[in-house]
Every structure is written in structure tokens, then in C-alpha cells.
Design a protein around this ligand. Structure first.
Ligand SMILES: NC(=O)c1ccc[n+]([C@@H]2O[C@H](COP(=O)([O-])OP(=O)(O)OC[C@H]3O[C@@H](n4cnc5c(N)ncnc54)[C@H](O)[C@@H]3O)[C@@H](O)[C@H]2O)c1
Length: 353
């Protein structure tokens, strides 16, 4: 019997390996195909990259030159590929728009033509920008402040127009990710604080600590993607935009630091009193996701994620004494690849002549 085939685009980053492991555990009858250009392929925490994190078939390529024949026989596409945060988006604005939005929409159109049934797009709660103290629901207006957030809003809008009863589109507005992954990122707030606590015994908060940030563990993101891949039209309609996270994990940055201190009582917390006010601050209402996804709604504790992160960082073979300069920060890696002329100014690989 032919296995059901899923295509994960952007599978060689932080979330992709955890998602792959999750899908394999829950659906052993699924063939997982990965497609990625491999910007961060070498950014592993240690050499123990187990097979469970790898796709069954790995294809290397850029979404800006995607071959539609890769969609033959695919039932679900998960689009994770992105220039995946604000600092990178600020430096690579045009590429952010092309990769995060234009290519997502083009590949969704091709997917629909190829008979794919479900398209899952990794959007972000950062679309709410400065949201104030009231929790933002999907019906509230968005306020994208950065190239990254604008690319996600633009993609959502165009993707929703493509959806039909037979081509379900799910735009998952994820909270800020946290937790362990073989391709750990330390440019995410909780991950940064746990690294600070473990490696420096001091959390240095770059802001005054007041911005609000909902969090979600990467395992819960994987659960949400799995749910969205299989959801019926009755559960959310052909084109769904939904906040993904949990109401209990809406924190201020300072609260996140104090949660980390509970696991590392001897550390100090330092805030930057003189920081410019952070324009990105949002509290998010995840009730729609809870109502639609039921058991997929996150139930873990932040202490569990902190514990996972702590083991993950402890297992690293890297010199992380100055981790904010390490290749576990995505922008550092792109810059380094450009400095060594591996990537050109448009973020295409320079091939030998
Ligand atoms: N990490 C978070 O906090 C978070 C929160 C909300 C949404 N998201 C979204 O989830 C998705 C995955 O996030 P992540 O943390 O794994 O990011 P990541 O940066 O670790 O991974 C992104 C992957 O996309 C690939 N990619 C980038 N440009 C490409 C191109 N032109 N062609 C092919 N592949 C390309 C990269 O090589 C990388 O493997 C992104 O869309 C991100 O915006 C992440």
C-alpha cells in the first residue's frame, strides 16, 4: 500500500526536526519528504542527530525555484520555510517578502492544482505588533510592524483566497517558540534566558522587561501542525486563521525571566532600564484554537520546557561562552555564510563555476 505523503518545506530549521519526529511517532504510515535550502543545516547542538529527526526523503532546493513535480502524490504541505525573525527580516527585507509570502502563495497555488488537500502555513502572533493589554483574537485587526510580520499578514491574506472545500488552508499564528530541538535557536526569548542562566548565571534582559510575549513549546507546535493537517472543513472552514498557543502562557518578558529563576534560584536578573520601549508587545487569546483542536491544546508547564532546554544546552559540544555571537543565532549564521561568500546578497548559494 502506498504511504500517505507529506511535504515539509523548510524542514531543516528549528521546528522541522521536532515536527518530523512527532509525525513519525504518531503516523508511522506516512512518508515524510523534506525540502529546504539548508541555510542552518550545520547548526546542530551536538553530533547526535538521530534518524528520527530526518525526513524519509530529503530534497535540497530554494522555494524561489520550486519544481512542481515534487507535489505529485502529496496530500499535505507544511510551509515552514522563512526568514524567520525580525532582525533577519530587517536586514533581508526583499528576500523576506519573497520567501515568506510570495513563494508560500505560489507553492500553495501549485499544491491546489496538484490535488494536495491540506496546506499548513506557519504564521505568527507577531502580526499583532503592539497589541496593548487586551488579548488579541483572530477577528481583531493586525498591526504588523516589521518586514517579517508584514510578510506573514500578506501571505495569510492571499492564502485565504486560494482555499476551497477540497484545498484546506490553515494559517497557524504561532506564539513565540521555545524548547529543545537538535537545531536549537538561542535567538528566542525563553531559550536565550535559559542559556543565560546556565552559561552566565545571570539573565540580561535587553528590554525593560515589560513587553508581553505568549510562548509555545516546539512539541506543541508540532501537535498543532499535525492537527491542522488532518482537520476537516467542519473544523474551522476551508480557510482558517487561528492563534496557536495557550492562554496560560501569556507572559511579560520579566515574568519569563522569573520563571527561569525558579529553576535556577542562584542567578541574577538584570533589566535594561534605559532600553527604548519595545514596540512589539501583545497578549493573545487562544480560545478558538482550544475550541477547535481540543486535546491538541497545550497542557505542559513552562518548567518542563525549561528542563528540556537545560538538558539540550548541557549536551552541546559547542563553545557557548559568548552564545549571543554563536551560530545558534540565525542572523549570525546568515552573516557568516555571506562573509565567506557561500551565500550571495540575495541569499542564493554561490555555486562553484
Ligand atoms: N520560532 C518561532 O518562534 C516561530 C514563531 C512563529 C512562527 N514561526 C514560523 O515557523 C517557521 C519555522 O520556524 P523555525 O524557528 O524553524 O525557523 P528556522 O529559521 O529555524 O527554519 C526555517 C527554515 O527555512 C529554510 N529556508 C529559508 N529560506 C528558504 C528558501 N529560500 N528555500 C528553502 N528553504 C528555506 C531555512 O533553511 C530553515 O531550515 C517559520 O515560518 C517561522 O516564521 C516560528
Amino acid at each position: 500500500m502506498l504511504k500517505e505523503k507529506v511535504l515539509i518545506i523548510g524542514n531543516l530549521g528549528y521546528i522541522g526536526p521536532v515536527l518530523t519526529d512527532f509525525l513519525r511517532l504518531h503516523r508511522s504510515d506516512m512518508q515524510i519528504v523534506g525540502y529546504d535550502t539548508g541555510f542552518f543545516e550545520g547548526c546542530l547542538v551536538n553530533h547526535l542527530f538521530e534518524n528520527r529527526f530526518k525526513a524519509d526523503v530529503q530534497i535540497y532546493g530554494d522555494v524561489r525555484s520550486f519544481d512542481p513535480s515534487l507535489l505529485d502524490g502529496v496530500s499535505s504541505v507544511v510551509y515552514l520555510a522563512a526568514i524567520s525573525n525580525d532582525p533577519m527580516g530587517n536586514v533581508f527585507e526583499a528576500q523576506t517578502l519573497a520567501i515568506n509570502k510570495d513563494c508560500a502563495v505560489d507553492i500553495a497555488r501549485l499544491s491546489k492544482e496538484a490535488g494536495v488537500e491540506s496546506f499548513v502555513f506557519a504564521s505568527s502572533c507577531s502580526t499583532y505588533g503592539f497589541g496593548g493589554d487586551d488579548a488579541k483574537s483572530e477577528g481583531d485587526s493586525v498591526n504588523p510592524l516589521t518586514a517579517y510580520a508584514k510578510s506573514k499578514v500578506g501571505a495569510e491574506l492571499e492564502l485565504s483566497r486560494i482555499a476551497t472545500e477540497k484545498f484546506r488552508v490553515s494559517c497557524l499564528r504561532f506564539a513565540t517558540a521555545c524548547g529543545a530541538s537538535p537545531r536549537l535557536r538561542l535567538d528566542l526569548v525563553l531559550n536565550d534566558f535559559v542559556a543565560c542562566a546556565l552559561l552566565n548565571s545571570r539573565i540580561t534582559i535587553l528590554s525593560d522587561g515589560s513587553p508581553l510575549r505568549p510562548l509555545i513549546d516546539v512539541k506543541d507546535m508540532s501537535q498543532a501542525i499535525f492537527w491542522a493537517m488532518g482537520r476537516s472543513v467542519e473544523s474551522g472552514g476551508p480557510d482558517l486563521v487561528v492563534n496557536v498557543g495557550c492562554n496560560e502562557w501569556n507572559f511579560s518578558v520579566l515574568e519569563i525571566a522569573h520563571c527561569v529563576k525558579q529553576s535556577f534560584p542562584n542567578i541574577e536578573i538584570e533589566i535594561n532600564e534605559n532600553a527604548e520601549p519595545d514596540k512589539r508587545s501583545y497578549k493573545v487569546d487562544f480560545s478558538l484554537y482550544k475550541a477547535l483542536a481540543g486535546d491538541s491544546y497545550p497542557r505542559g508547564t513552562l518548567a518542563d520546557s525549561i528542563c528540556d532546554l537545560s538538558s539540550c544546552i548541557d549536551s552541546s559540544e559547542l563553545d557557548l561562552s559568548d552564545f549571543r555571537k554563536s551560530h545558534l543565532m540565525r542572523l549570525n549564521t546568515l552573516r557568516q555564510l555571506q562573509e565567506q561568500k557561500s551565500l550571495d546578497s540575495d541569499l542564493y548559494w554561490n555555486r562553484p563555476a
